[in-house]
Design a protein around this ligand. Structure first.
Ligand code: PMM
Length: 290
């Protein structure tokens, strides 16, 4: 009963669900309290995530949380490029989380091996051609528009069917734009124009998403609002984001069991253990298992 998690051309092959650790180079995480960002601390954070079991590290310089407004291009480059360069120089498999083609291009030149675009190529018309030219893998996430007002677009009849249909359109555009299908990862975009019930339905449908889209799947539930609601205190108050890591690891186990290619998480250790437990359990049911 071993599970196939899929493989992405241009990246290492893992015999289990991979774990992508998150380094958000944003003012609330790595500000040095003054003019700039503390590159050294952000790099150390990335290396710590690898030591805890991350297979890849996703570096982003722009918050996409609900209500977030955009940072300008120069600022995003200033935050992201030095961190990408240093982590790649240390041999880390680096992914860059950006909606801007210029940031993707410069990140790949600095050593990034994967471009993770929450807009799936829709926010910047140059993104697909740039990724196609660079011949790097590309994450196409389900997206209905910028974060500032995305909650207004969280309206679905059948969320799983609609997300699959809308993802297909972005995936077709990526392939038509020259990105090889075997370099594409897809992602239902938990929390992006989704309410808690939508997110839960999508987590429950990982195997269907995989089967119908036919591509490696990234699941990024880490610390998101829907988990805060699930593990809310008796008075209904959600715990703060940092107290949602056990709930996140539970989603990791479910996603890995359903064949996700990777999970994207802020706290790596528990998820790194979870994917190993899933591999051990799913590999243990064969002949001779007494
Ligand atoms: N979510 C966030 C950022 N990047 N990338 C992908 N592929 N999928 C996601 O769901 C996703 C992402 C927002 O999360 P954070 O601000 O808590 O890191």
């Amino acid at each position: 009963m071993s599970i196939s998690h899929g493989q992405v051309t241009g990246l290492p092959r893992w015999d289990r669900c991979a774990v992508m650790g998150v380094v958000n180079v944003t003012p609330d995480s790595f500000s040095d309290g003054g003019r700039g960002f503390d590159v050294e601390s952000a790099v150390k954070r990335g290396l710590d995530l690898v030591a805890e079991g991350a297979d890849l590290v996703d570096v982003g310089g722009e918050s996409t949380r609900p209500g977030a407004t955009r940072v300008d291009e120069a600022e995003e480059l200033r935050r992201v490029i030095p961190v990408v360069r240093e982590l790649a120089g240390e041999g880390v498999v680096v992914s860059v989380d950006t909606m801007r083609a210029s940031v993707a291009e410069r990140s790949v030149a600095a050593g990034a091996r994967l471009v993770n675009d929450v807009s799936g190529g829709r926010a910047d018309a140059r993104m697909v051609p740039v990724v196609a030219d660079a011949e790097v893998p590309f994450v196409v996430m389900h997206w209905r528009g910028q974060s500032v007002d995305m909650n207004d677009r969280a309206v679905y009849g059948d969320v799983v069917t609609e997300v699959i249909g809308e993802l297909r359109a972005s995936l077709d555009a990526a392939v038509a734009g020259g990105i090889a299908a075997d370099r594409i990862v897809t992602d239902p975009g938990l929390g992006f124009a989704k309410r808690a019930g939508h997110d839960l339905a999508l987590v429950a449908a990982v195997d269907r998403l995989r089967a119908e889209l036919g591509l490696p799947l990234l699941i990024a539930a880490s610390r998101k609002r829907f988990l805060g609601r699930v593990v809310a205190r008796p008075d209904g108050t959600p715990p703060p984001a940092r107290e949602r890591d056990a709930a996140t690891a539970a989603v990791t186990a479910l996603a890995a069991r359903a064949g996700a290619w990777a999970v994207r998480v802020h706290e790596v250790r528990a998820s790194a253990d979870a994917v190993r437990v899933v591999r051990a359990v799913t590999g243990a049911g064969g002949e001779g298992a007494a």
